[in-house]
Design a protein around this ligand. Structure first.
Ligand SMILES: Cc1cc2nc3c(=O)[nH]c(=O)nc-3n(C[C@H](O)[C@H](O)[C@H](O)COP(=O)(O)OP(=O)(O)OC[C@H]3O[C@@H](n4cnc5c(N)ncnc54)[C@H](O)[C@@H]3O)c2cc1C
Length: 445
């Protein structure tokens, strides 16, 4: 897109200052539009924003970059920070039958209990087969449960796939289509290097706060206006403009792109048609409660521990300090995340922090009986209700378009990431394609 800031070009308000809103704003400014980003929080980033945890400032939610994240890496290249990425081979564990098992090579895999040799052969074949399917659209017609049972067998589904699906989708797991699990297989398979099949994950030193500060500076220098601390309450259509209202301000634009999750976006604009409201409201969202812990010592050596024991109150352990240089970034301490994905109306969202903390620590001590309370220096909980749209059966055919019936108003959000799992790479791709879509609509193409 060529840079040609033209005062006659329409002004665009972008609601939401996450990676999607910021990248979209950058692209539209580069195409000559006058763009303002409006973010509710006091800092930018949404799901990739950082917070203070004891003496450490790091991402609120765990984030890694994969070798295959080419759209994200291209953006980082544009921002001149791609070369800073630290790449590491990471380890994976599996917690099943109340024991931890390493899962890093074929030998570990063969020794894994809970599955027979035949189950293991079928599981490996499922993963290889899934990773070779190029387009997931056809898989939208079949449920993940049916597809995985057909390919891997009933016992592997019960003992492995079902707990893994539950770990990502909670009680919504039975509603996911095969396209969902296919997209997860492809993303993780792609993280494994060529013949070695070792997992390579990367991070930018300083974490996403570094990425965000460079992206913000670039957006500002290209002409984007950024307003934080403005929670949009409504978007209304006037004769010649759209008005964005928040408690603090009222702003007028020629066009608006709302990047918030569908239930939030439709709540902003009462002028949307009933069909549009229905289409956005039927999208099933999954939320997350995620604890961040600072420990005096490492838990183990694995970046990722998958948990199939459904009595453990969180679904994975992410030991960030096995990837990130803890001496440089964490004052020599160890950062661990304990996520639990939940339906948006799960009562745990309303539970007090102390209740969740007690439950999560009890679960962690069950897994690591020698862990002492005094070794946990900090514990902080983050909650977000609308994180990811669940890829239900025939998802694409029910998805509302990015343009709306309200002239000048677009809703472009992560629900438009189809047949792929939610990631910053897919988010950057959506920003690029969303900007192209917007420009084509404006040009009347
Ligand atoms: C636990 C977790 C782990 C993840 N791990 C990885 C990973 O390892 N690698 C990876 O690539 N991706 C990962 N992701 C995915 C990644 O975080 C997302 O793809 C990306 O951040 C989505 O960006 P977004 O802008 O679409 O959404 P968001 O970040 O949710 O942005 C939406 C923004 O809108 C703002 N907003 C909401 N309501 C209003 C309002 N009324 N007015 C104004 N603003 C409003 C919000 O504050 C927010 O800033 C992870 C996500 C989670 C939750």
């Amino acid at each position: 897109m060529s840079k040609d800031i033209n005062k006659e070009r329409p002004s665009v308000g972008v609601v939401g200052g996450g990676m999607l809103g910021l990248t979209l704003a950058l692209r539209l400014t580069q195409a000559g539009y006058r763009v303002t980003v409006i973010e509710a929080a006091s800092n930018l980033g949404g799901l990739v924003s950082s917070w203070q945890l004891g003496s450490i400032s790091w991402d609120r939610y765990y984030h890694v970059i994969m070798l295959s994240d080419l759209r994200l890496r291209s953006l980082l290249e544009e921002l001149a920070i791609e070369a800073l990425i630290e790449w590491r081979v990471t380890k994976t564990n599996f917690y099943t039958g109340q024991d931890l098992y390493p899962l890093n090579n074929a030998w570990d895999y063969i020794r894994l209990p809970a599955l027979t040799l035949i189950d293991k052969v079928r599981l490996a074949a499922t993963i290889v087969y899934g990773s070779r399917i190029k387009k997931g659209k056809k898989l939208e017609a079949i449920s993940a449960e049916k597809w995985l049972t057909q390919l891997s067998g009933k016992s592997t589904y019960q003992n492995l796939w079902r707990p893994l699906l539950r770990s990502k989708l909670g009680s919504n797991y039975s509603k996911a289509s095969a396209a969902y699990i296919w997209s997860v297989i492809r993303r993780f398979y792609a993280a494994r290097r060529g013949g070695m099949k070792k997992e390579m994950f990367g991070y930018v030193p300083g974490g996403y706060q570094k990425v965000l500060s460079v992206l913000e500076q670039r957006a500002l220098s290209e002409g984007v206006t950024i307003k934080t601390g403005l929670r949009v309450s409504s978007i209304t259509k006037g004769i010649n403009e759209l008005t964005v209202d928040s408690k603090e301000d009222s702003l007028k634009f020629d066009r608006i792109i709302d990047t918030c999750a569908s239930p939030i976006a439709v709540d902003h604009c009462k002028a949307l048609s009933e069909d549009e409201i229905k289409a956005h409201s039927q999208i099933l969202y999954q939320g997350i409660i995620c604890a961040s812990l600072i420990l005096t010592r490492p838990l183990g050596k694995a970046y990722l521990t998958y948990i199939t024991d459904e009595t453990i109150p969180f679904t994975t352990i992410i030991e960030m300090s096995t990837l990130v240089d803890s001496a440089v970034e964490f004052n020599g301490k160890h950062l661990v995340y304990l996520p639990k994905y939940l339906p948006v109306d799960d009562p745990l969202f309303a539970a007090a922090d102390e209740v969740i903390e007690a439950r999560f620590i009890a679960g962690l001590v069950r897994m690591f009986p020698d862990l002492k309370r005094s070794e946990i220096l900090a514990f902080k909980i983050s909650r977000t209700r609308h994180v990811v749209a669940v890829a239900t059966q025939n998802y694409t055919s029910k998805l509302p378009s990015m343009a709306t019936s309200v002239p000048g108003l677009y809703i472009i959000n992560s629900a438009h990431i189809v047949n792929a799992s939610l990631s910053v790479d897919e988010t950057v791709n959506l920003a690029n394609t969303g900007a192209e879509y917007f420009l084509a609509q404006e040009a009347g193409v």
